[in-house]
Design a protein around this ligand. Structure first.
Ligand code: MN
Length: 724
């Protein structure tokens, strides 16, 4: 007897939720195993139980909503945990079930996913200004430590948009606007085109119902007129490809309403100009066939010069692959044709969501799949080396913007980089070692400097030497995540130059107290000292001082041994001892402590930290009072009068837990020209939540201004700066 599938075991009851469950199971049975499907069903029962007695505005049982979300993800072949998280996504927020319960009953990973979605949901339905959208998207990404959280959230938003229904017009518009500004760009960035298109369509319908209806009507009306031409072209394609013995599917493709609307608006052209293009998509099984089909099609109709694009050989940054061409059809109508494999199509529809399944199944090295994996591996790699979520987000932003430039290596390999990338980016893209050793480049037999921006089609030969080292200035023009993290990583370990100059400043300062000029010290004396302490050069000694491995005062005393003046002066040291001046731009040997984040205007103290140089603390910082016991490593420092730049400060805020709170805080902060670098929620009950905001400020005065303005908001109960 054949084994029964789970969907067959579900009783045929007419409740909407059972129907949805059956539909979900029949989709996931195509790609998940028996055990995984029954885990999903178990999650359904948990969710249905917990939400029982709750209803959607439509009158349906609440569980229908999470089930619909799960179905969207199942269509994208999401993995089991993602599906389960989708089914349980509102359970922490809306029912007594806790994160710990989920960790116990399912797995800590699933509990984390659900918790992640819950946190994102708290940012929903706030009226934020358009200028804030980027900040909110950053926040969303920063709060989701697993990208599956964003994917579930996008599917959740899609279902909410689909069921806006009889909501008051004003509320509908607000939700649609938020979706348009926040979630459509996110879906695009993650190349989840299927969700993106649906969201765009729903947003347009909610925001411009009249325009939507007019275009919709026009589409339906012209569909009739077009039918004949569409089938003539389709038949011609079918016949030609059949003759060639190719296996394929061809489908007429109608532009969706948002793309018609935005094209009309952007190019100021009429509906018929946009719509009277006949678009077809041809799907096949193998990459080779794509090109064979292209050959047949170009033979059937005349291609329009300059319109052919090969995104198979040169995929877009988000992994999109397809052949695009435009032809002149019968009666002179323009025909757009896209040719791709089924696999490429699936990836372009599901984007990043397709990745998780690959991780567990099907090790065969299909090119598209490898591309998606590679893309994610790159992201994860960057996340690891960057080590800080904010930098990761910046990297993510750079890498996901769909503008790219293609250049050739001397061997003719194509390297793809984001637009605006420089020679340094190119060098690192070829190989980290080449990046680390590059000094300039050659293009068409001309030398070009490293900051030169790449242009499509350039052939670039990087020139390297053994002695070349990455330079901090490269960060001004290196834009790819790989180049930037490599340069930073290298520099972290390469502080020599900075250490030497700091060492010199520190030693000169000590000598000055003794009324000695470093230049006046005799070479013999220096050589003698170097021999005693077993170092080879003055630079090495200065580096040791700069890195905090040797105390400048001891070296100064040793260098002044035979100097009678010094011996006398030594007794009155303190009176002339002036603090080291900090400008905030000293490079890698002076760091501002992360525990107390001192800013200009704060009373500060410095400590030598062997191997690292000098660390600056706020004078009230607990870490600095503990280190104070080691009086010998302490250094008097003060801020320079010309200090400039952006500094981070942390604020702990207890805020009322209500709609719009975070958005109000964010807009207040940005109205005072400060950026939010990070937000973390550290505690929460149903009334009050405690958040830590990391902001950029110029100095104490600036920070005080921000705090004053925030204190005036009634939603903020308590606000303190974190100084330890
Ligand atoms: Mn939901």
């Amino acid at each position: 007897m054949p084994e029964l599938t789970v969907s067959e075991l579900i009783p045929e009851v007419d409740s909407p939720e059972e129907k949805l469950l059956r539909r979900l199971c029949s989709i996931i049975e195509e790609y998940l195993d028996h055990k995984q499907v029954s885990d999903v069903v178990r999650a359904y029962h948990k969710g249905a139980d917990a939400h029982s007695g709750q209803f959607r505005k439509s009158g349906e049982a609440y569980i229908c909503h999470p089930l619909s979300v799960a179905i969207t993800l199942a269509d994208m072949r999401m993995d089991t945990r993602g599906i389960i998280a989708a089914i349980l996504h509102d359970i922490i927020e809306d029912t007594p079930v806790s994160k710990e319960d989920l960790a116990k009953e399912f797995s800590p990973e699933i509990a984390d996913l659900v918790d992640g979605v819950t946190k994102l949901s708290k940012l929903d339905h706030k009226s934020h200004a358009e200028a804030q959208a980027e900040n909110v998207r950053k926040m969303l990404l920063a709060m989701a430590n697993d990208l599956r959280v964003i994917i579930v959230k996008l599917a959740d938003r899609l279902h909410n948009m689909q069921t806006l229904g009889a909501m008051p017009a004003k509320k509908k518009r607000r939700i649609a606007k938020e979706t348009q500004e926040i979630y459509v760009p996110l879906a695009n960035r993650l190349s989840m085109n299927s969700i993106r298109h649906q969201l765009e369509e729903l947003c347009l319908e909610a925001l411009h119902p009249l325009r939507y209806r007019i275009i919709d009507k026009a589409v339906k009306k012209s569909r009739g007129n077009r039918r004949e031409i569409v089938s003539t072209i389709e038949n011609a394609i079918q016949n030609r490809l059949n003759q060639a013995g190719l296996i394929f599917n061809v489908a007429g493709r109608e532009k969706n309403i948002p793309s018609i609307y935005y094209k009309m608006k952007r190019q100021k052209i009429s509906f018929s100009n946009v719509f009277d293009v006949y678009a077809f998509r041809i799907y096949c099984d193998h990459v080779d066939d794509c090109y064979r089909i292209l050959g047949c099609i170009h033979n059937l109709f005349n291609p329009v010069p300059g319109k052919f694009k090969d995104y198979i050989a040169l995929p877009k940054a988000n992994g999109y692959q397809s052949l695009h061409t435009v032809l002149i059809g019968p009666f002179g109508v323009p025909i757009e044709v896209q040719i791709r494999t089924h696999e490429m199509h699936r990836l372009s529809e599901s984007g990043i969501a397709a990745h998780w399944l690959y991780k567990s199944n099907d090790p065969s090295g299909e090119c598209v799949q490898a591309k998606a994996n590679e893309w994610l591996r790159d992201l994860l790699e960057i996340q690891k080396t960057a080590g800080d979520s904010l930098e990761f987000i910046d990297n993510l932003k750079v890498d996901l913007f769909p503008q790219e430039v293609f250049v050739f290596t001397p061997q003719g390999n194509i390297i793809k980089l984001p637009r605006g990338a420089s020679i340094v980016d190119f060098a690192y893209a070829v190989h980290t070692d080449i990046g680390n050793a590059c000094i300039s480049a050659r293009m068409d037999n001309k030398l070009i400097p490293l900051q030169t921006k790449l242009e499509n089609g350039m052939t670039v030969e990087v020139i390297t030497t053994d002695w070349a080292r990455p330079n901090p200035l490269w960060l001004n023009f290196a834009i790819t995540a790989k180049a930037r993290s490599s340069i930073r990583n290298y520099l972290k370990n390469f502080k020599q130059k900075d250490a030497i100059s700091l060492g010199q400043r520190l030693l000169e300062k000590e000598l000055k107290i003794m009324n000695i000029n470093l230049d006046d010290i005799k070479d013999d004396l220096i050589m003698e000292l170097l021999q005693v302490i077993k170092l080879h050069s003055m630079d090495e000694l200065l580096e040791e001082i700069g890195l905090g491995n040797r105390m400048p005062i001891l070296i100064a005393k040793q260098l002044s041994q035979d100097d009678i003046h010094a011996a006398v002066k030594l007794e009155e040291t303190d009176s002339t001892n002036s603090p080291l001046v900090i400008k905030g731009t000293e490079g890698m040997v002076i760091t501002l402590a992360k525990c107390c984040r001192p800013i200009p205007g704060d009373h500060i103290v410095g400590f030598f930290n062997p191997g690292k140089g000098i660390v600056i603390h706020h004078h009230e910082c607990r870490n600095s009072t503990e280190t104070k016991k080691r009086e010998s490593s302490r250094l008097d420092v003060e801020w320079s009068k010309e200090v400039s730049g952006e500094f981070s400060a942390e604020l702990r805020m207890e805020v009322l837990n209500q709609l719009g709170t975070l958005a109000t805080i964010a807009s207040t902060i940005s109205s005072l020209e400060s950026n939010i670098e990070n937000v973390s929620i550290i505690g929460q009950d149903d009334k009050v939540s405690t958040n830590i905001f990391t902001l950029t400020v110029k100095d104490r005065v600036h920070l005080a201004k921000i705090i004053r303005k925030l204190k005036r908001l009634f939603i903020i109960l308590k606000i303190t700066r974190i100084k330890a």
